[in-house]
Design a protein around this ligand. Structure first.
Ligand SMILES: [Zn+2]
Length: 294
């Protein structure tokens, strides 16, 4: 979540829910309008810049509409759908506790958490060189590697896919070669073994956390007597840990030092370890990712 700032926003710009007209007619909105007319807005509504969705303060906005206002100062933020739901839930808990809305939000929150924790990573789908789509860095590296090996990029992609499929669900059953981008380099056996061991270990942690998430979900779906807010917090903590674990996996030979003796130990990108994560790989300049290193 990122706060952009407090800005005057035309009410007409906001994306309002289908139930907004019904909300405007609620008696509490009239009370709120009277209060705003007397005291102004005490808590500014929070809106998301990307789609002008109202994250919090729909009552205030409904009251402003009733008062015939055109602009209001709002807190403008950027956030994901999951963050938006969490913020609304938090606001609901802090103010008027609407159990029905809270229950709906909690359902939504769990679905988003689950979707995030279990979503296959987007990068895997990108760069398959489909028509009309620009080649990603990974796609370019794949093409270069294919050229060196004298096969098609599709063969390399299938190989990667098979390795990923194998590693997806089978606990500890990873192939003996690491699933990292080699950037066309021949890797030392020792390095390959170590990276594979790191990948296996992180894979196991990932698996254990996912099992943990499933157990927490059981507490929820079996409606066991356990504080819902606490369960949400535990779930969020595990889901976040899982994201961190996944983000830490070695994804590529370090494009900056390429694991070369003399360079690697001083390399700030991989901190001397010889490999980088997927996020680092994404941030690497294109020219470093070519397999045509001569
Ligand atoms: Zn490096």
């Amino acid at each position: 979540m990122m706060v952009i700032g407090h800005k005057s926003i035309p009410l007409s710009r906001l994306r309002l829910p289908g139930t907004f007209a019904k909300l405007m007619a609620e008696p509490r909105i009239e009370k709120r309008a009277t209060s705003i007319a007397a005291w102004g807005i005490i808590h500014e509504p929070i809106v998301r810049r990307s789609d002008w969705k109202v994250i919090d303060g729909l009552d205030v906005i409904a009251a402003c509409f009733r008062l015939g206002r055109e602009h209001e100062i709002m807190k403008v933020i950027d956030c994901t759908d999951a963050e938006a739901v969490s913020m609304r839930l938090e606001a609901n808990t802090q103010r008027r506790h609407d159990t029905q809305e809270a229950e709906q939000l909690r359902d939504q929150q769990w679905r988003l958490f689950l979707a995030e924790a279990q979503a296959p990573k987007k990068r895997n789908k990108a760069g398959s060189g489909k028509k009309g789509r620009p080649l990603t860095d990974k796609g370019r590296a794949r093409r270069a590697l294919a050229k060196r090996r004298g096969v098609t990029p599709e063969t390399i992609r299938r190989e990667e896919y098979r390795r990923k499929e194998v590693s997806k669900d089978l606990f500890g059953l990873l192939p003996d070669e690491p699933t990292i981008e080699t950037l066309g380099m021949d890797l030392e056996q020792k390095f390959v073994g170590e990276v594979n061991e790191i990948q296996k270990s992180l894979h196991k942690v990932d698996y254990v956390i996912r099992r943990g998430l499933a157990h927490l979900q059981h507490i929820r779906s079996a409606k066991l007597p356990f504080p819902a807010e606490l369960l949400d917090r535990l779930y969020a903590a595990l889901a976040e840990a899982n994201q961190s674990i996944r983000a830490s996996r070695p994804a590529s030979l370090c494009p900056w030092c390429r694991g070369l003796g003399g360079a690697q130990q001083y390399c700030v990108s991989c901190r001397g370890n010889g490999f980088v994560t997927e996020a680092q790989l994404e941030g690497a300049p294109k020219e470093l990712l070519s397999g045509d290193d001569g």
